[in-house]
Write a protein that binds this ligand. Sequence first.
Ligand code: NAD
Ligand code: ZN
Ligand code: ZN
Length: 361
Amino acid sequence: MPYEVRGVIARGEGREVSVEKVLVPDPGPGEAVVAVQACGVCHTDLHYREGGISDDFPFLLGHEAAGVVEAVGEGVTGIEPGDFVILNWRAVCGQCRACLRGRPWYCFATHNATQKMTLEDGTELSPALGIGAFLGKTLVAAGQCTKVSPEAPATVAGLLGCGVMAGLGAALNTGGVTRGDSVAVIGCGGVGDAAVLGAQLAGASTIIAIDVDDRKLAWARDFGATHTVNSRENDPVDAVRDLTDGFGADVVIDAVGRPETYRQAFYARDLAGTVVLVGVPTPEMTLELPLLDLFGRGGSLKSSWYGDCLPSRDFPMLIDLYLQGRLPLDKFVTETIGLDDVEESFAKMERGEVLRSVVVL
Ligand SMILES: NC(=O)c1ccc[n+]([C@@H]2O[C@H](COP(=O)([O-])OP(=O)(O)OC[C@H]3O[C@@H](n4cnc5c(N)ncnc54)[C@H](O)[C@@H]3O)[C@@H](O)[C@H]2O)c1
Ligand SMILES: [Zn+2]
Ligand SMILES: [Zn+2]
């Protein structure tokens, strides 16, 4: 018997989302159904609604979630009903060329559920990032469930399922930030502030937060930024150089993902420094840079998929840090909302009023 639950659906480019009845099949081999307890609203959900990721409408939104395993399919080991899990969107396969070379965080063949969740009329849904968790119960591949301590509240744990992990990992894993580094972060939403926090955890001595919104900059300070720059008022490249003895930062993280912010990141970086692109661009965006600058400035230009995380390694460890009071994840939760409030939360995100709105189910 399929489960009947309510979920947030995006039906077409630019159209407001609607809450509709969704049919969720019983888990098949290798699959699990998870009763979602909380799911954060990430900017990527808005990208989906706007057709910025693909045009496989209708989408079932939500992908930053935690909940309790409801049922598992045949052959599933490692999780069982009742387990508290964070859903991840990179369930590594263990067999592709990246996994076999010992770099599973790049896995090129990550697992999702094989069966489809549908609308009442049978229309197949495309779950955002293979999750779809603005939904009472969702169907995923069992490997997408990462067991963590149930002592952490779901509102906080779910954030590690996407934006906060992406930001922390952009600094810690992709950027390789280490003690004494100077770091600049462009765009201080949920992802950017997590990058600021990651830089602080790693012991960076200078952390420059850059945004166009003063409210966001105040929050970034609270996560550990030592300096802030409003890039509407001041040139961010000059500002970063001024704050780093004229050199530029060792690591610059672009958590916006636009050609102009990438260019700022590229030039705000010291020679041989690192640029990390964690913000997601849209298909029409292009970037032009003098090739000689690319050569002459050296260093590395990296993209960060999900903060190069390994959910099985990173989620339990970060939840433990949170429970020890060493990772202030609560500060990311600006408000908790219901399924019917997701459309309004996109507007709040665009107006810069929230770091994370978290849907509680
Ligand atoms: N790489 C990944 O794995 C991954 C994971 C999650 C999210 N993302 C992406 O990261 C980006 C940020 O997500 P979020 O949820 O933090 O979004 P958000 O909307 O909460 O934050 C974006 C921030 O950027 C600021 N901003 C916008 N334009 C700017 C500009 N020109 N210069 C400086 N700041 C600017 C905004 O004021 C806001 O504070 C999105 O593109 C999202 O899709 C990537
Ligand atoms: Zn793989
Ligand atoms: Zn996300």
